[in-house]
Design a protein around this ligand. Structure first.
Ligand code: GRG
Length: 322
């Protein structure tokens, strides 16, 4: 990641300065929760995509850190809400806000960060930025609702899964890239290209997350594996495996998927069925295809270090599951 961020190093430093000085709510426990979610090891991928896209489109304004901050705050808000919905305990290897301060704090601090992020965007006085952010949040929440409506459904189709991912995860990535075009004053096809690039990266990113939930160890994940199966969330590797498995193995998977708390050996058995039927390989393949498509998109821009950095980001996502 370090090489990728060379062109935007100063913006990222401003972003971190802003986070350590300007997020106080005036309420001690809320400020501790904000510090935990904002300063505890987030990778800042969405701000990086925004800042690189902005540079790519000719905007290197020293104020871009404000929009970058708003993007990260909206992302952090979604994590705080997500952790409550998922009853999560651990994120990035540490105890989540809801475990330390309670669900109510997680929700209200999420609302606080989300509204503060939107206020920052309003300050930019650019209706296109505001429009992009409100559309993205709407899509994100719609994606979450669609996922919830498919909870515990063993017959969820790939098409529905892709819709969930595109809305729930890829919307913020697409928004970040598109906002780069907006601050660079780019309209039309190149703005669309960036939106599509962000969408592809976001889809690949979620596919990696879903695959690692089956094959990643606790140290890679920063939480225990098998969360999706336990929560009745159908993801690509499992959908593909169910399509290919024989009746007996399908039954084993369905029993694990529908059980409240599948024992470890059942989870391991499902992982080995998944491996045998190529569910893992098929997910890897789709991730590679999606990252390749993101790289093809970005090639529509003239060569530059920012274009190379955005292409390398796609490689980085792909490498995370090798
Ligand atoms: C209030 C804005 C708002 C939304 C609430 C709960 C909800 C609606 C949506 C869920 C969206 C969500 C959290 C999707 C998961 C996306 C994902 C893979 C997050 C992990 O992102 P990373 O790896 O996180 O970039 P770090 O830890 O690097 O910050």
């Amino acid at each position: 990641m370090q090489g990728i961020t060379i062109p935007i190093r100063k913006d990222l430093d401003r972003l971190e300065e802003f986070f350590s000085s300007a997020l106080g709510s005036g309420v001690d426990f809320a400020d501790s929760a904000i510090e935990l979610i904002i300063q505890n090891g987030g990778k800042r991928i969405r701000p990086v995509i925004f800042l690189l896209s902005a540079h790519l489109c000719g905007s290197s304004s020293s104020d871009n850190y404000r929009t970058a901050a708003a993007i990260e705050m909206i992302h952090a808000a979604s994590l705080l809400h997500d952790d409550v919905l998922d009853d999560a305990s651990i994120r990035r290897g540490s105890m989540v806000v809801r475990k330390r301060f309670g669900n109510r704090t997680s929700i209200v601090v999420g609302d606080y960060l989300w509204s503060k992020g939107i206020s920052l965007i309003i300050r930019e006085n650019n209706i296109d930025l505001l429009n992009a952010s409100s559309c993205a949040v709407e899509r994100l929440v719609a994606g979450q609702l669609l996922e919830m409506s498919n909870c515990n459904k063993v017959d969820m189709e790939v098409e529905t899964y892709m819709k969930v991912v595109e809305k729930k995860t890829a919307s913020l990535f697409a928004m970040s890239a598109e906002m780069g075009a907006i601050v660079g004053g780019i309209q039309g096809s190149h703005r669309e290209v960036l939106y599509k690039y962000g969408t592809e990266i976001g889809i690949a990113y979620q596919l990696c997350d879903d695959l690692l939930d089956y094959i990643g160890g606790e140290s890679t994940l920063g939480k225990s594996s098998g969360q999706d199966l336990r929560r009745g969330i159908m993801t690509y590797p499992l959908i593909v495996t169910l399509e290919r498995a024989n009746r007996c193995e399908r039954d084993i998977i369905i029993e694990g998927f529908l059980s409240e708390c599948p024992p470890d050996d059942m989870f391991r058995n499902i992982c080995s069925i998944m491996d045998r039927y190529g569910g893992i390989a098929a997910t890897r393949e789709l991730i590679s295809k999606t990252c390749f498509s993101a790289k093809e998109m970005i090639e529509k821009f003239k060569p530059s270090i920012e274009r190379d950095a955005l292409a390398s980001l796609a490689d980085l996502v792909m490498d995370s599951i090798q």
